[in-house]
Design a protein around this ligand. Structure first.
Ligand code: CAA
Length: 246
């Protein structure tokens, strides 16, 4: 059986790397998207290959619709149709709302939410036509519950949840599932960038008593991409060590 092509946006970041690895281990042909000219890209690719992870790269700024269209065309002609899309690209620009400027708002909304439109729009019609597909949107516990200092991020990640439920209904009869994963605090650079005292206070509120591991998110992604998950759609899967129970 030929391997299905899985595209992971922001595939070279903390969560993205773990998602790429899990999808590879579960038999997908993985394509990692990154920003054009991302520093460290070649080192990342070399490291993945040294670890036995077969992954291709696809450059595009996911905030730019035309770049996303061109990226998906290239993947489809060079590798094959995208059958699994993981909308993972995301950034933080944390600040209390009264100190948050328009640039911080726009950067987070365009990278974390507009990107989901820009990339999904390129692949969903093909998935529906072929009668099989998986769209997995990486939201956040902070999109579910809101977070002090994250009006921009919480809004974008909550927007992803509405998008997921709407699109899931449109393609449910076509064999395409659309789900959101809402990770809690995972030990990636994004979380390690929070001031230590603030981070320690947050970890103290997590019933599991620890940060999540990136591979725990990667493995959940691989499950949602699998045949076994074909009846799960429009769902938000919380994976947060009990920090917020939906
Ligand atoms: N609830 C209520 N009050 C809080 C609070 C909270 N959660 N956090 C801070 N405060 C209070 C502080 O006690 C302080 O009060 P006083 O002025 O009375 O002392 C006041 O708010 C200001 O707090 P800071 O000193 O922290 O303010 P700052 O401007 O230096 O920093 C901030 C603001 C950048 C938002 C900082 O609080 C912060 O980093 N918070 C964590 C935000 C966070 O969780 N980000 C997640 C990033 S990782 C991620 O997003 C991945 C994912 O999906 C989970």
């Amino acid at each position: 059986m030929s391997r299905k092509v899985a595209l992971v946006t922001g595939g070279m970041g903390g969560l993205g790397t773990a998602i790429c690895k899990s999808l590879h281990e579960n038999g997908f042909k993985v394509v990692a998207n990154c920003l054009p000219g991302l520093p460290g890209k070649d080192e990342w690719l070399n490291k993945m290959r040294a670890d036995g992870v077969d992954v291709s790269e696809a450059e595009a700024d996911v905030t730019d619709y035309e770049q996303c269209a061109a990226m998906v065309k290239r993947i489809e002609s060079d590798i094959g149709p995208v059958e699994v899309l993981v909308n993972n690209a995301g950034i933080t620009r944390d600040a209390m709302f009264r100190k948050m400027d328009k640039g911080q708002w726009d950067a987070v909304l365009s990278t974390n939410l507009d990107s989901v439109f820009n990339v999904t729009h390129q692949v969903l019609p093909g998935m529906a036509e072929r009668g099989w597909g998986r769209v997995i949107n990486i939201s956040s516990v902070n999109g579910v519950k809101g977070q002090f200092g994250q009006a921009n991020y919480s809004a974008a990640k909550a927007g992803i949840l509405g998008f997921t439920k709407a699109i899931a209904q449109e393609v449910a009869k076509k064999g395409v599932t659309v789900n959101a994963i809402a990770p809690g605090y995972v030990g990636t650079d994004m979380v390690m960038a929070i001031k230590q005292e603030v981070r320690d206070q947050i970890v103290a509120t997590i019933p599991a008593g620890r940060l999540g591991k990136p591979e725990e998110i990667g493995d959940l992604c691989a499950f949602l991409a699998s045949e076994s998950a074909g009846y799960i759609t429009g769902s938000t899967i919380n994976i947060n060590g009990g920090l917020h129970m939906g």
